[in-house]
Design a protein around this ligand. Structure first.
Ligand SMILES: Cc1ncc(COP(=O)(O)O)c(C=O)c1O
Length: 383
């Protein structure tokens, strides 16, 4: 994959000036976008008029065709609502369907904007904490059912595939989860933005392919942003089959002034879904080879850190509990000493406090340098 150097250099945590440091934190890739996406954006740039834009039917068609052909998921065009990203959709959902003081369920550790979506609304976070069994996260369904039964609990936020662990939830797990939400009349938001980055031997199952009944209370978040590395264009497509739920959601987007997508996002989305599937396949294969390299490296050279094997996406969840360090100490070890910028696990919830998250969507060379630096820093601790 071709690295975008200018981008890499600009992609440091705000205020960081250290040119030596390697950014492996925020979830986007160091790779240039697929050629059809770049061409579509360049064409739009040359067009020179960047006024308010409305999508044409071809935008919706591109989305529906992609999910049908890749994932056997038939999306009804009318069920789509566009938002300027998935975070706005998560925030909108919590605003629209909870009152301050009511409860929202999530599965900690999880992508940190899930927490902030709840807290901005002064609602309460309830964690159905994930359990590590056989080296991967699993749901505790007894605890889930108890928590969903609370009448104050209105919304569940599910991350499939999971960020930060990279689990691709099985059809059975998803069915059990969604059935419980349905039984207890809880709106289920399934954030499926990482689905297109699933590795071979694993199967991403869109929730709505499982049982037509799940359409009744589901909000599914999709976007080409992660798979095609275009998050900065800020565009997502939210599937809400139930028209009553969709209308409430849509009214809230209007109330927040969230209307319309920018013309670059519209053009890039079409180019991604219509013409960039081969690029994506190559990208996932490259990521998978990076993943195997990193897993092997931790096992053989940094055994003090245990990497959870992700089944999708380019995030490695690293268990550092054997180092017996606080979250602040881990931060210093990686970010200050090794000069490899990782996400602190604590931001994904209390459950993550002995972890850090590494983004390995970089060139192999960068990955090698980063892992070597981490090895040196960890060895320096021991001696
Ligand atoms: C699970 C998940 N949802 C949503 C997002 C961000 O979505 P957006 O940039 O469209 O707001 C991310 C980004 O890392 C993510 O990992």
């Amino acid at each position: 994959m071709a690295p975008s150097k200018a981008y890499i250099q600009s992609n440091m945590p705000t205020g960081t000036k250290d040119e030596e440091a390697i950014p492996m934190w925020i979830a986007d890739m160091d790779y240039l976008c697929a050629e059809p996406i770049r061409s579509a954006v360049e064409k739009m740039a040359r067009h020179g008029v960047y006024g308010y834009s409305r999508e044409t039917g071809s935008y919706t068609q591109a989305i529906c065709r992609w999910f049908l052909e890749r994932h056997n998921w038939k999306i009804e065009p009318d069920s789509l609502v566009k938002t300027q990203g998935i975070i706005p959709a998560l925030n909108t959902t919590v605003q629209a369907f909870t009152q301050p003081g009511e409860k929202v369920l999530l599965n900690g550790p999880v992508y940190y904007p899930f927490y902030s979506a709840v807290r901005f609304q002064h609602a309460k976070v309830v964690s159905n904490t994930l359990q590590i069994r056989n080296g991967r996260y699993q749901f505790d369904f007894n605890d889930l059912e108890q928590k969903l039964a609370d009448p104050k609990l209105k919304v569940a936020l599910l991350c499939n595939p999971h960020n930060p662990g990279g689990m691709v939830w099985s059809a059975d797990d998803l069915s059990r989860y969604a059935s419980l939400c349905l039984k207890h009349n809880v709106i289920l938001v399934s954030d499926e933005v990482h689905g297109d980055l699933t590795y071979k031997n694993h199967q991403y199952t869109p929730l709505l392919t499982l049982d037509p009944a799940f359409a009744e209370n589901a909000i599914i978040c999709t976007s080409p942003s992660k798979a095609f590395n275009m998050a900065g264009l800020q565009c997502s497509n939210i599937v809400i089959p139930n028209s009553a739920i969709r209308n409430i959601f849509f009214q809230r987007t209007l109330a927040n002034g969230m209307t319309g997508l920018n013309p670059f996002a519209l053009a890039a989305t079409e180019a991604a879904y219509n013409y960039s599937g081969d690029w994506l396949d190559q990208c996932v294969a490259y990521l998978e080879s990076n993943l195997e390299y990193a897993l092997g490296y931790f096992e053989n050279h940094i055994p003090q850190i245990t990497a959870m094997r992700p089944e999708a996406t380019y995030l490695l969840w690293l268990d550092c509990s054997a180092l017996k360090m606080s979250s602040d100490e881990l931060h210093k070890l990686f970010n200050t000493h090794a000069k490899v910028y990782l996400d602190d696990g604590i931001v994904f919830g209390e459950e993550g406090k002995t972890f850090v998250r590494m983004n390995f969507a970089c060139t192999r060379k960068t990955l090698e340098v980063a892992l070597d630096r981490i090895k040196q820093s960890v060895s320096a601790l021991v001696t």
